[in-house]
Design a protein around this ligand. Structure first.
Ligand SMILES: NC(=O)c1ccc[n+]([C@@H]2O[C@H](COP(=O)([O-])OP(=O)(O)OC[C@H]3O[C@@H](n4cnc5c(N)ncnc54)[C@H](O)[C@@H]3O)[C@@H](O)[C@H]2O)c1
Length: 376
């Protein structure tokens, strides 16, 4: 294994998750790289000081530019609020740094377009975080759909449900303000997770009707008084999708909900066609369902994919897989692809996929404003 020295810009929730990924790296079998989290930049002292517990950390700083300029760092993980994406990603690209970006890859479509155009001709190896497709059931669902087993596609549904915002007393934070989260709101927060598999399967959205909902429009601010909470909480997008060469258009639904009572963190992908169907949800992560007509009978069969994701692990195939494993697999595939060793395994979301998802979210905003389906 070659050591890969990683610098984290933004030592919050996701920055800390990377510490966990590095700690579990020995679970991977024959991986070409070993990440070492060596530096953290965050303006909040408590956020960066949390990383002092890691023996590998050599530098804690408030200044993100110090990491971009540091030639001793091989890869950056940039996990900051959305209004900072463009400036920091563009600076990293200009410095030729490889990085794993966080979604939504720019606060809006314009920012995503500018980051992607800065990347053109640059040697930087950049991918965008989206871990749920690495669940074994999601991998099997992807392989099934990619194999053509669906036949003519009829209906695809992909979604992500939280109830993080069900509590009206939850204080405001940057993810609930247009200024820092973006006008696309929940779509910027959860949308790439939903878009990743359909886009990877080559299913091109050609029109979008967005039904957007700002359910909780005020939340307690720092002093407890109510302040505007102006982001969309829930978004239901009805898309017309084209499957590529020779196929017929079909209906696709993308749902992102921060207020979905009964759900904590449910990501799902369902696809049904004339010849087959497949369903997977992280709510029941040990099974996926496949549809077939057998002896004239319509059958949904339950398949147990086991603990088998993209990169092999020492853990037994009979064990259960969870969120931390999905992050480990995503990082394994990001660093393997960077090392030219991914082979045919599933790759982390690309900047092009993040840009394509932004085009859909932007069209959803326009369509909701104008009340008509809109082209992305
Ligand atoms: N892949 C996922 O499952 C997932 C989950 C949650 C969030 N995210 C994404 O990760 C990113 C960060 O979200 P989070 O939940 O970790 O947020 P967070 O608020 O927990 O952490 C963000 C951190 O960035 C720091 N920060 C602010 N300004 C900075 C600056 N100028 N320089 C360096 N650091 C700065 C903050 O102090 C904070 O510690 C967002 O893009 C978000 O959409 C991804």
């Amino acid at each position: 294994m070659t050591d890969v020295r990683i610098g984290v810009i933004g030592g919050g929730l996701m920055g800390r998750e990377l510490a966990g990924v590095c700690g579990r790296w020995d679970l991977l079998v024959d991986h070409p790289a070993r990440p070492r989290l060596v530096a953290v930049a965050d303006p909040v002292p408590a956020a960066r000081e949390w990383f002092g517990r890691l023996d590998s950390v050599e530098l804690l700083t408030a200044d993100w530019r110090a990491l971009i300029e540091d030639d001793g760092i091989d890869v950056l993980y940039i996990a900051v609020p959305h209004q900072l994406h463009e400036e920091i990603y563009a600076a990293a690209v200009a410095a030729g740094r490889d990085f794993l970006a966080e979604k939504p890859f720019g606060i809006d479509l314009g920012a995503a377009e500018r980051i992607v155009s800065a990347l053109e001709g640059s040697g930087a190896f950049v991918r965008v975080s989206s871990e749920f497709p690495f669940y074994p059931g999601a991998q099997r669902a992807y392989e099934y759909a990619a194999s053509g087993a669906l036949g003519d596609i009829l209906d695809v549904r992909a979604g992500f449900y939280h109830s993080s915002d069900l509590n009206r007393a939850k204080p405001i934070n940057w993810k609930r303000r247009i200024e820092t989260c973006g006008e696309i709101g929940v779509m910027g927060d959860l949308g790439l997770h939903v878009a990743h598999l359909p886009l990877r399967l080559g299913w091109q959205p050609t029109s979008v009707y967005g039904r957007l909902d700002d359910v909780v429009s005020e939340r307690p601010g720092g002093d407890g008084s109510l302040v505007p909470c102006d982001t969309w909480d829930n978004a239901l997008l009805v898309l017309n999708a084209h499957p590529g060469e020779g196929g017929r258009d079909f209906t696709m639904l993308w749902e992102t909900r921060r207020i979905a009572p009964g759900h904590v963190n449910t990501w799902y992908f369902d696809a049904v066609g004339m010849d087959g169907g497949v369903r997977f949800s992280t709510r029941q992560p040990t099974v996926l369902a496949r549809f077939a007509v057998r002896d004239g009978e319509q059958t949904w069969e339950e398949v147990q994919p086991g603990n088998v994701s993209a990169w092999p692990v020492v853990s037994g195939a009979i064990f259960e897989f969870g969120f931390a494993d999905a992050l480990l697999q995503m990082w394994a595939c990001y660093l393997a692809e960077r090392a030219g060793a991914l082979g045919t395994r599933f790759g982390t979301a690309t900047p092009g996929e993040a840009l394509a998802s932004h085009r859909v979210f932007d069209a959803a905003l326009r369509s909701w404003r104008e009340g008509v389906p809109t082209a992305p």
